[in-house]
Write a protein of this length. Sequence first.
Length: 85
Amino acid sequence: MISALELRHIIECGFLPLACACTLNPDGSLMIKVTDPSTGSVELLVTGITTTTLTSSRAIASLIGELRAEMSVRKSTFESHERRA
């Protein structure tokens, strides 16, 4: 089993060069907040992530990949709307 501290470290490193803060909530769930260090803008904020399935490096990498993909979709959607305005 991966410790909470190690899990946080792996997730936070998975978003470099962006800044990531991973917080373990009292109920055992995670909150992940990713910010752009150059602008301070929040790129992603996800709460209530269950840790019960994050027991392997593959599961953690999959979560990071899904969240990065979500960030990418949101960014491209925002840029698309911004160009139309």
